[in-house]
Structures are given as C-alpha cells and as structure tokens.
Design a protein around this ligand. Structure first.
Ligand SMILES: NC(=O)c1ccc[n+]([C@@H]2O[C@H](COP(=O)([O-])OP(=O)(O)OC[C@H]3O[C@@H](n4cnc5c(N)ncnc54)[C@H](OP(=O)(O)O)[C@@H]3O)[C@@H](O)[C@H]2O)c1
Length: 258
C-alpha cells in the first residue's frame, strides 16, 4: 500500500500521542499530508501540521479546526476522530455525577460530531471522503466498575457512525468506526497506574485484574498503537472503497462473541 494516500489531506484529532500519533505517522508514511490537533503542542517538532484548538470537547473547537485546516490546505480527504478518553471515576452509577456524564458525552461523542459537521460540506463538494471514528471495545462490553459513562458515550458514537454512513454513502463519503481493546498508550498506562495506586497494588496485578474483568485476552497482551494504525490506514485507503457503516474491533480476541 506504499503511497496509497499520496495527495490526500488527513486530519487526526489527538494526533500527538498514543493511537492518534501512530495513525498520523502511518498516514504520512502512506503519502498523506497530516494535520494533528491536541491540547498541547508536541515538544518535539514533527512533519505533521499542528492546529492549536485547545480542549476539543468545547463547542467551538470543531469550527476552529475546520477553519484553519481549510484555509491552509483547501480541502480534507480523511478525518480520523481519535481524541477521547475515559475521564470519569470508577465505582458504578452512584459515583457518577451529571458533570461526569456530560464530560464523557462532550469529549467522546460531540467532539467528533462537531469536527465532522464543520468539515463534511467540503467532502460533499468534492464527492469523496473517508471518516473514521475511534470508538472502543468497551462500548460493546461495558464494565460497570470502570467504564459505565465512557462506554455509553462511545456506544452513542457507534450509533452516530452508522447513521452518518447511511446518510453520506450516496454522496461518496465512507464512515466507519474502529474499536480497539487494550492498547499500550499513555492513556492506558495512566489508567492502570491510577487504579493500582487507589487499590495499593502493582501495575502488573492491576493489568491481570483488568484482564480477568474483561474475561479473556486470547493474544495475551495489549495492542501496540501501530497495530491499530495499520487497520485505520487500510480502511481509509482506496483498497477499502466498498467498506462503510461498519465497526471494526481490534482487541486481540477479547470480546467473547462475534
Ligand atoms: N488506549 C486504549 O487502550 C484504548 C482502547 C480503546 C479505545 N481507545 C480510544 O482511542 C483514542 C486514543 O486513546 P489513547 O489511548 O491513544 O489516548 P492518549 O494516549 O491519552 O492520547 C490522546 C490524544 O488525544 C489528545 N486529547 C486528549 N484529550 C483531549 C481533549 N480534551 N482535547 C483535545 N485533545 C485531547 C491528547 O493530547 P493532549 O493531552 O495534549 O490534549 C493526545 O494527543 C481515544 O478515543 C480512546 O477512547 C483507547
């Protein structure tokens, strides 16, 4: 697939760390010009164009990103809505405040909704485009102790992905979700370290406890961000031109059902 994305303009939100950085690097390797966003500019300069849009969960962030991107590059071919996180405390329904629920919805659903809304018209104008919404296996397998509100917000992202694919397919735009399981990223490392500190256990014990909680991990390890990036790179490539309206799990076999 070398150079399969030559001439394409790609936006990767949250493209400075973890899965987003791996996706940005991979799309660039395939020939795309990549634009990234995050709250913090990377300390080390990269080949990617950085848009400083602040917290993407703010209502105005999507338009800020779209305005600068279109002014600089004139079009967008690939949108990867990757910025997101599980920001709520664990512990189940009684620990979750309205604010926690709102934060999850703003960050994991509305950020993608707004970025897409601001940039889809330019895709419609060129009758071509690909959108990937990064979801999570936890949307299909919510863990009440750890991911209740996060899972619900990403499940909403899945439903939105499907509806958007149906709406935009006739206009030449493909929309899919990608749902990783456990991926070795700064977010995941912080998540595990946080639980370990709260429970006064080691990181290794906590990882085993999470593995037990999710039930199974046949491949026995977390994914590398580059492994998720390889799937995204295929889905946005011309080789995947008949794939839309689908949610791809990449979870080492975690979920016990097909
Ligand atoms: N890691 C996993 O195991 C896993 C599993 C399933 C799904 N996912 C999903 O994959 C995506 C990426 O996760 P990751 O593990 O790669 O996360 P990460 O390592 O924390 O990286 C997140 C990226 O998004 C940016 N970001 C985070 N919050 C933001 C905000 N409020 N506004 C703007 N930018 C923000 C971060 O930069 P700044 O901090 O500088 O803003 C960073 O570039 C998320 O949607 C997550 O839900 C992750």
């Amino acid at each position: 697939m070398a150079n399969s994305l030559k001439g394409k303009i790609a936006l990767v939100t949250g493209g400075t760390k973890g899965i987003g950085k791996a996706i940005a690097d991979k799309l660039a390797l395939e020939g795309a010009k990549v634009i990234i966003t995050a709250r913090t500019k990377p300390a080390v300069e990269t080949e990617h164009y950085f848009i400083a849009a602040g917290d993407i969960s703010r209502p105005e962030a999507g338009q800020i990103i779209a305005d600068e991107l279109l002014e600089e590059f004139g079009k967008v071919d690939i949108l990867v809505n990757n910025a997101g996180a599980n920001t709520s405390p664990g512990g189940g329904y009684s620990t979750l405040m309205d604010e926690d629920w709102n934060n999850e919805i703003q960050l994991n659903l509305m950020s993608a909704v707004r970025v897409n809304k601001a940039l889809i018209p330019s895709m419609v104008a060129q009758k071509e485009g690909v959108i990937i919404n990064i979801s999570t296996g936890a949307a299909l397998q919510p863990l009440w102790k750890m991911t209740m509100s996060y899972s619900a917000s990403k499940a909403a992202l899945n439903a939105y992905t499907k509806a958007l694919a149906s709406e935009l397919g006739p206009q030449g735009i493909r929309v899919n979700a990608v749902s990783p399981g456990l991926v070795k990223t700064p977010l995941m490392e912080a998540f595990i370290a946080d639980i370990a500190a709260k429970n006064r256990t080691s990181v290794e014990e906590t990882f085993h406890a999470i593995k037990n909680e999710i039930g199974d991990l046949p491949l026995g390890r977390m994914a590398e961000p580059a492994e998720v990036a390889a799937l995204v790179s295929f889905l946005v490539s011309p080789e995947a031109k008949y794939i839309t309206g689908t949610n791809y799990r990449i979870d080492g076999g975690t979920l016990p059902v097909l």
